[in-house]
Design a protein around this ligand. Sequence first.
Ligand code: 6PG
Length: 240
Amino acid sequence: MNKVVEVLPDKEALIARSLEVVLSKIQSAIQERGRCTIALAGGGTPKPLYEAIANQNLPWDKIHVFWGDERYVPANHPDSNEGMARSAWLNKVDIPATNIHPMPTTGESPSADAEKHEAELREFFGTSVGEFPALDIILLGIGDDAHTASLFPHTDALQVQDRLVTVGNKDGQPRITFTAPLINHAHCVIFLVAGASKRPALAQIFAPDADAQTYPSRLIQPQGELLWLLDDSAGLDLKH
Ligand code: 6PG
């Protein structure tokens, strides 16, 4: 794993740097593999990044968009990560509808939808059961409780080793989430973190020794690149 931590002066600089990195990763994925697969994060931090990507002139037909997690609500619900990314970015560009791969949230049950999405990923990537595809870019955020995607502290989703997608649990509410092993197979994982409220969580995530069940972002140890992009108020204690 190649891990890099960058602390940017403010949130604007964080977004500018993340745009630069994402554009360069999209370009190299297309050069090397003919397409780019990117999984998006929810939450407030990446929204301006999505708005900035929407202003770029990119080979949209070569870009496939996924989500690392989703709240169990329909896409038109204000809490939907898909809805947020569509309105900030995807609705504004000429990306083919078939390149957008949302997590299903209106099926029979969260576990049936998680299985359905896993089957969709397998079909898209041409992988068999037990094999993990490598997405080019996975964007993640962290919560004040050190969760990432919908891998919340002390929940069953943290134990899942043999699945690509599973059911997360936020205070009893189901969510759909990539599993830690799927995230860890990515070519590049980028965490975007802003705000002083994230500092206690970051201290535990970066500590030499802390419990990953309590601080689930510690489970993210990708085979490829790991990039932490932090604004100054989040990254104050991590500046060298
Ligand atoms: C979600 C996420 C989640 C998010 C963090 C950070 O759907 O909620 O994907 O893991 O990234 O909660 O959220 P903020 O960017 O709003 O701080």
